[in-house]
Design a protein around this ligand. Structure first.
Ligand code: XBP
Ligand code: MG
Length: 251
């Protein structure tokens, strides 16, 4: 029986990367007097690595190799990351990033039906709180039984650890759940934990490899504006509702 839905955050609940995280990283770099600038194209490449601190290290190792590294580089990165989180949560507080199509509707439907909800993300916990509170309301954090986020597990996506952690906390088998992801690193992580996965792509993840996904869609869709199917079968459905999720789960 389908008992729970586990959602990724960045790219899945909301398109947070280009106009959210990227902008916040650049603000933090500027405030620290660094000339680092992550444009949209470079940021697409940097998304190969999940986690903000990990992403900055990846940037220095591969795209800014001449930067003169201080002895305490990891402290500097941790400080930059803290500053970035401040800018990012401020952006969310200003309402800069809405939820993706169908997300709010599906979450309400799931709650009404008594399905259990969880989050599994590499982003910092504060960022999850800020997104949920500013889009679904103050109480919405409490709708999610488990929020698995950030450094709670050392190995971030594509490792399956974050999903394993969430499943263990909920005392659920992967077979009783569905996962929602938007990226290749995301599906590698969810499938690594044996979760059937629904993909909604975004501009940065359109050409990712989603082999093994239960279905790949452009978004969850709304009754008045359905999804486009990229791969898989949605039967008679034109937006993701619980009926379709139960069909996918039983398949
Ligand atoms: C999300 C991420 C995150 C954010 C930055 O990946 O890669 O690292 O871009 O978050 P996913 P922090 O959607 O696969 O979980 O800066 O808070 O680490
Ligand atoms: Mg994601």
């Amino acid at each position: 029986m389908l008992k729970a839905l586990i959602f990724d955050v960045d790219g899945t609940l909301a398109d947070t990367e280009k106009d959210g995280h990227r902008v916040a990283f650049n603000s933090a770099f500027k405030a620290a007097g660094l000339d680092w600038q992550w444009d949209e194209e470079l940021y697409g490449k940097l998304l190969a690595v999940t986690g903000g601190k990990e992403r900055m290290n990846y940037y220095l190792d591969n795209f800014n190799t001449t930067f003169e590294r201080p002895d305490n580089l990891q402290q500097m990165i941790a400080d930059l990351h803290k500053s970035k989180t401040g800018y990012y949560t401020k952006l969310l507080g200003e309402g800069a990033i809405p939820l993706r199509a169908g997300v709010k509707r599906l979450i309400s439907e799931a709650r009404e039906a008594g399905l259990r909800l969880a989050i599994a993300t590499t982003t910092t916990p504060e960022n999850v709180t800020a997104l949920l509170e500013n889009t679904l309301g103050k109480d919405s954090i409490g709708w999610f039984e488990v929020i698995a986020a950030g450094d709670i597990v050392p190995a971030k996506k594509p490792a399956a650890d974050i999903y394993h952690w969430a499943l263990k906390e909920m005392d659920l088998d992967a077979a009783d759940c569905l996962a929602f992801e938007d990226s290749e690193n995301g599906i590698l992580s969810s499938q690594g934990a044996a979760l059937k996965t629904i993909i909604t792509v975004n501009d940065y993840t359109l050409d990712h490899d989603f082999s093994g996904a239960a279905i790949v869609l452009d978004n969850l869709g709304e009754p008045e504006h359905g999804f486009k199917i990229i791969s898989g079968d949605a039967g008679k459905h034109c937006y993701v509702n619980l009926e379709l999720l139960r069909e996918i789960h039983a398949d």
